[in-house]
Ligand binder design. Structure first.
Ligand code: HEM
Length: 121
């Protein structure tokens, strides 16, 4: 069996560590932190870990809401989307994920931009 992106990232535990650090960065960012005011961050981290594991080809079921339903009411703009993606990219860099794999993660989550961004800049 060939190695998946999920394997190269180090599997679910490594992805969970990336997700923890990612949300630390997000919560420290004034531009986007308000979106998470009423969010159960433990559940959020768990769902995000499942989601990234699944889109990276891991043997993990994502059990959260679909991307459109989860973000529909939030009124997310493209600059806010880009800010979140930049935190994910910087976190992957911090964890020494190489550029090809960083790009693969970002392009996998980038597929959901149209479902997540609901307001014009
Ligand atoms: C980079 C692309 C993104 C991905 C892959 C992603 C993924 C997710 C996932 C998996 C959930 C969990 C859904 C659930 O628990 O059922 C979620 C919820 C959420 N996302 Fe995102 N998201 C992205 C971008 C964003 C952006 C740009 C924002 C805000 C600026 C945002 C704000 C939120 C909030 C506030 C929730 C919680 C909704 C709630 O529990 O009521 N997300 N997202």
């Amino acid at each position: 069996m060939s190695e998946t992106l999920y394997d190269r990232l180090g599997g679910e535990d490594a992805i969970a560590a990336v997700v923890d650090r990612f949300y630390e960065r997000v919560m420290a960012d004034e531009q986007v932190v308000h979106y998470f005011d009423d969010v159960d961050m433990q559940k959020q981290r768990a769902h995000q870990t499942q989601f990234i594991s699944a889109v990276a080809g891991g043997p993990v079921d994502y059990t959260g809401a679909d991307m459109e339903a989860a973000h529909d009411d939030l009124g997310i703009s493209k600059p806010d989307f880009d800010a979140i993606v930049a935190h994910l990219e910087a976190t992957l860099e911090e964890f020494d994920v190489d550029e090809a794999d960083r790009d693969a993660v970002l392009s996998a989550v980038g597929e959901y931009e149209d479902a997540i961004v609901t307001v014009p800049a």
